[in-house]
Design a protein around this ligand. Structure first.
Ligand SMILES: *Cc1c(COP(=O)(O)O)cnc(C)c1O
Length: 363
């Protein structure tokens, strides 16, 4: 009989060691804890049975704990950390109407006793009143965030300038605002959450004796993609990271991830451990654009739900799931592919009309 107890003990040691591996200045930068535990790493055996010989896993970052969870909780630990270090009392952030980031920024602010101002950009061409009132918007209101509307959706500079104006107004009232900047050109603090997530993931894999070949995730602002890729490479891990474009085409997104990785290296005072050939993207599931459904999205949502009880959202995770299904179908025997479930489930209810019509039609 194998000495399994000994095996577990030595894997525990490996896990603890990886968890403590320094990645540049990562553990010296301000961080404010929002998660109380690691997220689960789960097997998707039913899906694997349908798709081919590869071993399929999901990292449940939809279960990061705070206010319906999602990848932004990891990212916010570093923004809120900086905000606290600066003595801020009010968080400001801009995003799409059904943004998960603004919802979680408001929730994070509340856990630290802060206020939150949210600017909602008109990024998705939809007149549906449910889109503008349900899902994340409803949660923003429950959290008591102050909402501001911005009439454009593809004007990052303009949205930032308007947010700065709101911050000036708050300062004039004696408040101490902190702006969470998402545009390129600002320190990618959010990506640090995913550099750390890479360490968590590699440690979990060591613990479970999993040899990970590939990670598939949604690539939006690039904090998740850039951070995970940088973290894995910094740890010397060889897993391929496939980013599924959810906002921009692969060419534009390549530039963004490349820039992000350089910014991460600067922030961590490390060498650039990511090469251009490490940046892998597909934009095959982006059409007709950010936050808009296509047939692949509906069938990926249905497949994840019916085979694993896994609920994905139409803006991010169902598009990423399309890319994951493609990679899983192409994989060979003995390979292990991981899907990062980045959250977003409240947005489902903002898309209620379209989703109901699509699922009724394809039932
Ligand atoms: C924001 C978001 C993403 C994209 O993450 P980035 O770090 O912006 O690239 C993916 N999934 C969900 C649910 C999100 O809210």
């Amino acid at each position: 009989m194998p000495d399994t107890r000994r095996q577990v003990v030595s894997d525990m040691d490996a896990q603890v060691e990886i968890r403590k591996t320094p990645i540049g200045r990562l553990d010296e930068l301000p961080r404010s804890r929002l998660m109380s535990s690691e997220t689960p790493l789960e097997s998707m055996a039913n899906l694997a049975q349908q798709l081919g010989p590869a071993h399929l896993l999901v990292k449940r970052d939809d279960q990061t704990g705070l206010a319906f969870g999602g990848n932004k909780v990891r990212q916010l630990e570093y923004y809120i950390g900086e905000a606290e270090a600066e003595g801020a009392d009010t968080i400001l952030i801009t995003g799409a109407v059904q943004s998960n980031f603004v919802r979680l920024a408001a929730a994070a602010a509340r856990t630290k006793g802060m206020d939150c101002h949210i600017q909602l950009e008109d990024r998705v061409p939809k007149n549906d009143p449910i889109y503008r009132s349900s899902g994340n918007v409803l949660i923003d209101k429950i959290l008591g965030a102050t909402l501001h509307a911005y009439p454009h959706g593809e004007d990052e500079t303009g949205a930032d300038a308007n947010l700065a104006k709101i911050a000036q107004g708050l300062e004039a009232e004696g408040k101490s605002p902190y702006i969470i900047h998402l545009a390129a050109g600002h320190a990618p603090l959010g990506a640090l959450g995913y550099v750390d997530a890479a360490r968590e993931l590699v440690a979990q894999c060591a613990m479970a004796n999993i040899d990970l070949n590939e990670v598939v995730l949604a690539s939006g602002s690039g904090h998740t993609h850039g951070g995970m890729l940088f973290g894995l490479k910094a740890l010397g891990h060889t897993a391929r990271v496939t980013g599924v474009c959810v906002r921009r085409d692969a060419k534009q997104q390549f530039e963004r991830i490349s820039t992000r990785c350089k910014e991460i290296a600067d922030l961590l005072e490390m060498d650039l451990v990511v090469d251009e050939e490490d940046i892998i993207l597909t934009d095959a599931y982006l059409a007709p654009g950010y936050g808009r459904l296509n047939d692949d999205v509906i069938s990926a949502m249905r497949m994840a739900a019916e085979s694993e009880g896994l609920i994905t959202d139409p803006v991010y995770t169902a598009k990423a799931m399309c890319g994951f299904l493609e990679r899983a179908r192409a994989a060979e025997e003995g390979q292990t592919i991981l899907f990062v479930h980045t959250g977003g489930t409240p947005a489902l209810f903002g898309y209620e009309r379209e989703l109901t019509a699509a699922f009724d039609a394809s039932a």
